[in-house]
Design a protein around this ligand. Sequence first.
Ligand code: BMA
Length: 379
Amino acid sequence: MNFIFKLDRLLKLGIYVIIILLQFSCVSALKKESKKIILADQNASKSTRYLMARIKELPKKGYAFGQQDATAYGVRWKNKGTDYKSDVNDVVGDFPGVYGFELGHLELGAQVNLDSVNFKLMNKLIQKADRDRGIITISWHPDNPVTLKNAWDPTAAVSTIIEGGVLHLKYKDWLRKVANFLNELKTKSGKKIPVVFRPFHEMNGSWFWWGAKSCTPSEFKSLWQQTFNILTKQYKVNNAIFCYSTDQITSQEEYLRFYPGDAYVDVLGIDLYHKSTTENYIEVLNTNIDVLAAIAHSKDKPFALSEGGLEKIPIKNWWTQVLDKNIASKGLSWALVWRNAWENHHYVPYDKKQVSFQDFVKFKNLEHVLFLKDLKKIK
Ligand code: BMA
C-alpha cells in the first residue's frame, strides 16, 4: 500500500517535471537571448528586451520593410476604425513588417495628430500591429514650444525647455502626455506593448526647432537625456527602445555631433530620401549607411534606415535596383518609407497601374526583404 502510494507521488512529480521541461523548451531561443539584452532603460520590460532581440535578429535574415502610417490611411482612404487595411497590402498582399506612427500634437492635448490621425485609433492600430508581430516605431514632431507654430519653425527653443529654462515645466507636461500614451499601449492581457521611440530626428538639418541652426550640440544632448530620464524614471515608461536618427551626413563626426551617449540610445537610425538624381541617391545610400554601419558595429547597436523613399516613385525599377540593391548587404534591421498621404505625396504604389508596381511586387518577393508574414516567423 505504502509502496503504491509512493509510486503515485513519484509519478505525479515526474509529470510536473516533464511539464516544466516542456514549457522551458517551448521558450524560443530569442526569448532566452533577450534575457541578456541590456537597454538604455535599465527598467525596460521583458517584452521590450525581447523586441530588441528581434530587432537584432533581423539582419541575419535580411531587413524588414516598413511604412509610416501604413494602416491609418492611404491615398484616397482613411481608417475610420471599422476596417483594417493598407495600400501596401492592397497592392502586394502582405502588410509591412515595421509600422511607423507619429505623435505630433499629442503634446497639445489634441484628439488627432498633425496628420489628422486620431490617437485612440492609433492605439488600436498599434495593438493590432503588435498582435500581428510587427514592429512599431514612433516619431514625434512637437510644435515649437516658444512660438506655438509647428515643428518646422526653426525659432530657437531648446534652451527654454531643458532644466533651468522658463518653459521646462511646460515641456514636462508635454512629456507626461507622451508617457501616458506610451503607458496606455497594452495587449489584451494588459501587458505594455514595446515600441521604438524616435523623437527629435534629423537634428543635423536646420528645418526643425531642435535642428543644427537652432540649438547647440550640448543643448540637444541635454534635451535628449532629460527627455529619456523624465519618461523612464519619472513617468515610468518601460516599454520604449530609444532610436537616435540623423538626416543625411558626410562623416562619422557629423552623425555623432548631437549624439547624447550610448547610455541613452538603443538603435541608430538615419533618414535618407531620394531627393535629386538616382546616381546621387545611390551614392548617398552607400556612403551614409556604410558610415552608420561602422558606428553601429563599434557600439554593438542595431541600425536602420529610419525614414526614406522616393516621393511618387516615378522610376520603374526603383525598389529592386535603387533601394534594395544598395542597402541589402549592409546589415540594417529595417528600412521604412514615408507615408501614403495623397496623390502627390506617397511613397508606396497604391494601385496596380502605378509605374513601379511590378517592381514593388518583385521587391516584396525577395527572400531577404521581410514583410509582416516573414516577421511572424522571427520569434
Ligand atoms: C512630412 C510630410 C508632412 C507631415 C510630416 C509629419 O514629411 O509628410 O505632410 O505632416 O511629415 O508626418
